[in-house]
Design a protein. Structure first.
Length: 399
């Protein structure tokens, strides 16, 4: 009794399978027909060409004063007054502070008194010498008296010279009570207040700091690898480098504005910092208007030379696929093929392609979203692409 039922079940399953198969075949044929009838995607295509482009590099730098001088006291004493305006320009020789001069006036008077005493001794010793010389020649006095007189005269000269030095020292100390600016520049905040006891050692001697703003330095560092890559490219002839003394640089400030004055590289260290693997360098900028201040962080663009026979593509033509960068290449049959590329530095015209794209290759710059690998596209001009996009937008708005 079970066998007929089993045969009937198998028959029904076979018929169902045939029905599903015919349905799938019909759907597949419909899908293929739809794929064949799909319109080609319009894209804008550029042709890769070899050009010479200016080569630049960008890095972060910090501004610093051309000269930064610590103004310190040379004598001890009570600070009586500050005679400059904090944060304002000062000129070389301008008085900044006054230290109590009275003790040094007294010391100067004492030194002058001692000098007068020694001058009197010197005058007497000179007179004794002048008297004894003719007497010694006539052999009226002994040799010992003559030698003693000459020795007293020479000792008086030495003592007088010592007192002269003491007077000069006292005069210097008195002049040091007026602390003056050693250079032109911008004076910082005073580190000591009036009435403080100033010493000549330690932090107590520091009174203020003067920074010369014009010209201004920008300090930065670049990696050892960047230097090796650059020198290798110069040797290969792919980069025509400028003379290092003629490298020009521009800086961009925190607000995005570009400083109008171009700078000049004037220092590159001859050693690599073992802790960071970088090389210190410096550029110098005119700062007549005082627009730049020390301690600012800026972005520097340095003109290194010319990249010869380079291929440059717009940034929008580059597609990221996981860790790789790719460019969608269109062959002679308008078929899209992804091409992995190795990127070089960014330049004004776009992004340099170090490898992966050859001169004469056609690549997509607009319409990448619909240009799938393996699909066939329709190259159009940029104007045609704009018209197509505008038409699609108006059609969508009408709906």
């Amino acid at each position: 009794m079970m066998e007929p039922n089993t045969s009937a079940g198998l028959f029904r399953q076979g018929m169902l399978a045939l029905t599903l198969a015919s349905t799938l075949v019909g759907c597949g044929g419909e899908t293929n027909q739809t794929a064949q009838s799909m319109p080609e995607v319009p894209v804008v295509v550029n042709e890769a060409a070899l050009i010479d482009v200016p080569l630049t590099t960008e890095m972060v730098g910090e501004t610093a004063g051309f000269r930064e001088i610590e103004v310190r006291s040379r004598v001890s004493g009570i600070l009586l007054k500050r005679t400059y305006v904090e944060g304002q320009p000062v000129t070389a020789g301008q008085q900044l502070f006054l230290i109590d001069p009275e003790p040094y006036k007294v010391a100067l008077e004492q030194a002058k008194g001692t000098q007068a005493q020694e001058q009197a001794r010197l005058n007497k010793a000179r007179a004794d010498r002048d008297r004894i010389i003719p007497l010694f020649k006539r052999q009226v006095v002994s040799r010992k008296d003559y030698d003693d007189t000459i020795a007293n005269y020479e000792a008086a000269i030495a003592s007088h010279q010592a007192t002269q030095a003491k007077v000069k020292e006292a005069e210097l100390n008195l002049s040091y009570t007026q602390v003056t600016a050693p250079i032109n520049g911008m004076a910082s905040k005073s580190t000591q207040s009036e009435g403080s006891l100033i010493s000549t050692s330690g932090d107590s001697s520091l009174l203020t700091t003067i920074t010369q703003y014009n010209p201004l330095y920008v300090n930065f560092s670049y990696s050892e690898q960047d230097r090796l890559d650059f020198e290798s490219s110069v040797k290969k002839g792919t980069i025509e480098a400028k003379n290092a003394t003629n490298w020009r640089t521009h800086i961009r400030l925190a607000d995005g504005s570009v400083y109008p004055e171009a700078g000049k590289l004037n220092f590159s260290d001859n050693r690599v910092d073992p802790q960071t693997g970088t090389i210190r360098a410096r550029a110098i900028f005119d700062n007549k208007d005082g627009a730049l201040m020390p301690g600012q962080f800026v972005r520097m663009t340095i003109d290194l030379g010319t990249r010869k026979n380079a291929i440059v593509v717009p940034p929008r033509a580059i597609v990221q696929s996981q860790a790789d960068r790719m460019v969608m290449v269109v062959d002679a049959d308008n078929k899209v093929t992804p091409r992995p590329v190795k990127l070089g530095p960014a330049v004004a015209e776009g992004v340099l392609i170090d490898s992966g794209l050859n001169a004469g290759d056609h690549y997509i710059v607009e319409g990448l979203m619909k240009a799938r690998p393996g699909s066939v596209v329709k190259p159009v001009s940029a104007e045609e692409m704009k018209a197509i996009t505008a038409k699609m937008v108006s059609h969508s708005a009408a709906k």
